[in-house]
Design a protein around this ligand. Structure first.
Ligand SMILES: N[C@H](CCC[C@H](N)C(=O)O)C(=O)O
Length: 282
């Protein structure tokens, strides 16, 4: 199997071009686990398939390193956009990408034919509890809601970017209990489809620090959909303003994110190729 390893701010995936090869649908989950293994595989946060689509020039499918399939991936979208443009699957610099969470629009910023940065219109966040999904009293939004976990109460703001996110605010990001709380909250029964867990330290209304425990992958260097959810949560909690660009500092680098007045979330960041190769026994 031919692959390209790419990353968005250190959130790396093994990209497989299904315009040029086919994979057995029944083996996708186990293949994602295999290629992501840093000792016996290639090593990554998961696997992303770059697929033909009937709704857009290209479709993205995302698998975490536990084999679970997700409906969206922000860092993955930027890399898929770069891949599709540089491989000639799209001719325009702005084009749609199909995801399991719906259609998004990407714009590539290229220099001498090489895409350096990509802007993705991630669409509108979903805030209704039952659509996150999150169990509990049926109310429109979950903003700073007390969430009891191991006798400790956390204030959770829930946002879906096509995939579910639980965002909490801390005073010092370096002290955020990512390892301790991440895995417990990820699979808490109150999140029927599990959840990505994010911690945010607000620096100003245009700058935040961010850490993540990803559903299905654990701690990663960056989470694009999580960073979008973090900006939306910051605004819902009165810590930032709609229409103003926020710089999100993640372990692997920065993303520029704006929750526009029209309700859409724009994300701009890097997308890079690490290597290409052939995976599997000769
Ligand atoms: N772990 C996520 C998928 C990857 C999202 C993340 N890597 C991003 O860049 O948005 C989930 O299960 O919803």
């Amino acid at each position: 199997m031919h692959f390209t390893k790419m990353h968005g701010l250190g959130n790396s995936y093994i990209y497989v071009d299904l315009f040029k090869q086919t994979l057995d649908e029944d083996k996708l989950a186990s293949l994602a686990i295999e290629v992501a293994d840093k000792n016996k595989g290639i090593g990554s946060d998961g696997m992303i398939l770059v697929c033909p689509s009937e709704k857009a020039p290209v479709k993205m499918r995302v698998f975490n390193n536990d084999g679970s399939e997700a409906k969206n991936c922000g860092n993955g979208l930027r890399c898929v956009a770069k891949f599709a443009y540089e491989h000639g699957y799209v001719k325009e610099k702005t084009f749609q990408i199909e995801t399991l969470g719906g259609l998004v629009e990407a714009t590539v910023h290229e220099e001498n034919g090489v895409v350096q940065l990509v802007t993705v219109d991630m669409g509108k966040p979903v805030l209704a509890r039952k659509l996150i999904p999150m169990l509990g009293e049926d109310k429109e939004q979950v903003v700073a809601e007390p969430f009891l976990l191991d006798d400790e109460s956390f204030k959770v703001t829930a946002v879906s970017m096509g995939n579910p996110h639980a965002v909490m605010f801390v005073d010092d990001i370096s002290q955020a209990p990512v390892d301790e709380i991440g895995p417990k909250m990820e699979k808490d029964e109150r999140f029927p489809e599990w959840v990505n867990v994010e911690f945010v330290e607000v620096v100003s209304e245009t700058e935040i620090h961010f850490r993540v425990w990803e559903r299905g992958s654990g701690i990663t260097q960056a989470c694009g959909t999580g960073a979008c959810a973090a900006v939306v949560a910051s605004i819902l909690n009165g810590q930032a303003e709609k229409g103003k660009e926020v710089t999100v500092h993640l372990l692997g680098g920065d993303l520029q994110i704006t929750w526009l007045e029209n309700g859409h979330v724009l994300m701009t960041g890097a997308a890079e190729v690490i290597c290409e190769g052939v995976f599997g026994r000769k």
